[in-house]
Design a protein around this ligand. Structure first.
Ligand SMILES: [Zn+2]
Length: 146
């Protein structure tokens, strides 16, 4: 998982190929931000060590907390591409995210996730609901997002 993260970092810091397939995630509208009408992540599951990817099932949002420290958030990309997204929750890492449990026990993830490869999904999660950004399907490279 650490390796995955480093690879992600390396990908972020290097020029990526821009001739990749542009796949638009479902349920994205031209109006921009689009809230799905259903809860995709029913619960936030806490683990004390990083699970292998095949244990990260669709709709599961896993937070790895070890020695009271938030380490990672893992979940399958909500576009359905099957990619396991692993995000650092450690402040010493750049970038890092915050994953909190809502009062309904569902995950809230901040800031947004923008996949720089594959489906190029751009979204965030609030109370288990996925919010899609208009830039989904575009490469983060092609904007001034960073
Ligand atoms: Zn995806």
């Amino acid at each position: 998982m650490m390796f995955d993260f480093l690879r992600t970092l390396m990908n972020k810091s290097s020029k990526r190929n821009t001739d990749g397939k542009k796949k638009i995630a479902p349920r994205t509208t031209e109006k921009g931000l689009h809230e799905e009408q259903f809860v995709r992540f029913e619960s936030l599951i806490v683990m004390d060590k990083t699970p292998p990817n095949d244990l990260v099932e669709e709709g599961k949002f896993i937070v790895v907390i070890y020695k009271e420290k938030h380490h990672w958030a893992l979940f399958r990309c909500p576009c359905g591409c099957g990619h396991v997204i692993s995000l650092s929750l450690q402040k010493i890492h750049r970038p890092n995210w915050s994953a909190k449990k809502s009062k309904n026990g569902r995950p809230t993830l901040y800031p947004s996730v923008w996949q720089n490869q594959g489906c190029l999904s751009h979204f965030w999660i609030e109370d288990g609901v996925v919010f899609w950004c208009r830039s989904t399907g575009k490469s983060p490279n092609s904007s001034d997002y960073y």
